[in-house]
Write a protein that binds this ligand. Structure first.
Ligand SMILES: Nc1ncnc2c1ncn2[C@@H]1O[C@H](COP(=O)(O)OP(=O)(O)O)[C@@H](O)[C@H]1O
Ligand SMILES: [Mg+2]
Length: 327
């Protein structure tokens, strides 16, 4: 099956992700796919949470932290600025403290604490998380192309959701046990019950937010995850490992796309030994890729004459990946 056939047959899958190690072509494929889908008449948002602002590079527009920026008809791109989201959080926390305790301004020690807390990696994750949920929940688009940062990140969301799940299940259990014994326990226990309820409420809220985002990653009806691979030993091995891991987290893997394939016709021409050798090595790994991923291989993209930046190159790549739209 080709990528194009895949999209034609899977019209319900509206959250599209390309995953894989850094530098393989995730952002490039995300942009080309978004461009092609927009050309087909769908409203498309391609968005990124990567602080290494790469959609700005590929579209040659400064879109970082500017919300959804229109690129061409039907196509919007967005780069989430986690830092400014964290600043907004800090502001919110300050306001709550001032309101709660009736301070004129934030005491120095508390300010220091707020600053320190914001430097925590978890804070950035959570700011990104919130932004993604907000974007997706609004539902303004037909397609969401999620330009992922390297593998681990996506998994982090999933594992976090699982951890919260377990946590909340335990608390719910405790709470139910307490209910059962309620008639036997003294008032002091009741106090405890109320506290548990508050914690539960808070946790459920957080869990709800996280689940919205991670459930998208695992929604078999609406999400498709494509792995980008290149014909190299290490990458093939890594992709196999990642496949196993992702399957364990129920990520709906839709297929594999090979990138940076040197044109095969070179092999039939007189080329220097260096290139001959590269081609031989490549054809070995292409065989291995076919053998390993089989019918889940949905595309093969050649190494182009230059890097893919700017609309003409994106259009060119989209035509290679999806056909020129005429047939
Ligand atoms: N098929 C290709 N031909 C030529 N350059 C490519 C191709 N695919 C990707 N590139 C270039 O490789 C670099 C890395 O691609 P990118 O999409 O940013 O990777 P990732 O998002 O996975 O880190 C970019 O400069 C991009 O233009
Ligand atoms: Mg990228």
């Amino acid at each position: 099956m080709s990528l194009r056939q895949w999209f034609e047959r899977n019209g319900d899958r509206r959250y599209i992700m390309f995953g894989g190690k850094g530098g393989l072509g995730k952002t490039t494929f995300s942009a080309a796919t978004a461009y092609w889908l927009a050309r087909q008449g769908h409203r498309v948002l391609v968005f990124s949470v990567d602080p290494q602002a790469s959609l700005s590079d590929i579209f040659e527009r400064d879109i970082f932290g500017k919300g959804a920026v229109k690129i061409v008809d039907n196509l919007w791109a967005q780069e989430i600025d986690a830092d400014s989201n964290i600043k907004a959080y800090q502001q919110e926390v300050r306001k709550k403290i001032v309101d709660m305790y009736g301070f004129e301004h934030i005491p120095e020690e508390i300010e220091q604490y707020i600053q320190a807390a914001s430097a925590e990696p978890a804070m950035e994750e959570s700011a990104i998380f919130d932004a993604v949920v907000d974007i997706v929940v609004k539902g303004d688009y037909d397609y969401y192309i999620y330009d992922l940062v390297p593998l681990g990140h996506a998994l982090y969301y999933l594992s976090m959701a699982k951890v919260y799940d377990e946590w909340i299940n335990r608390i719910t259990q405790l709470r139910e046990q307490m209910r059962e014994h309620e008639e036997m326990v003294a008032r002091i226990k009741r106090q405890k019950v109320t506290e548990e309820d508050q914690i539960l409420h808070e946790l459920q809220y957080i869990k709800g937010r996280i689940n919205q985002s991670s459930s998208i990653l695992t929604d078999k009806e609406r999400t498709a995850f494509f792995f980008v691979v290149v014909p190299e030993q290490m990458i093939i091995l890594d992709t196999e490992k990642a496949t196993e891991l992702f399957s364990r987290f129920d990520v709906p893997i839709a297929g594999y796309v090979v990138n940076r394939v040197l044109p095969e016709e070179l092999a039939r021409q007189r080329v220097p030994p260096y290139l001959q050798n590269r081609l031989a090595v490549q054809s070995h790994y292409l065989e291995q890729i076919k053998h390993t991923f089989g019918d889940r291989l949905v595309g093969s993209v050649p190494e182009l004459e230059r890097d893919v930046t700017g609309l003409p190159m994106i259009e060119k790549l989209a035509a290679i990946m999806y056909g020129d739209g005429r047939g």
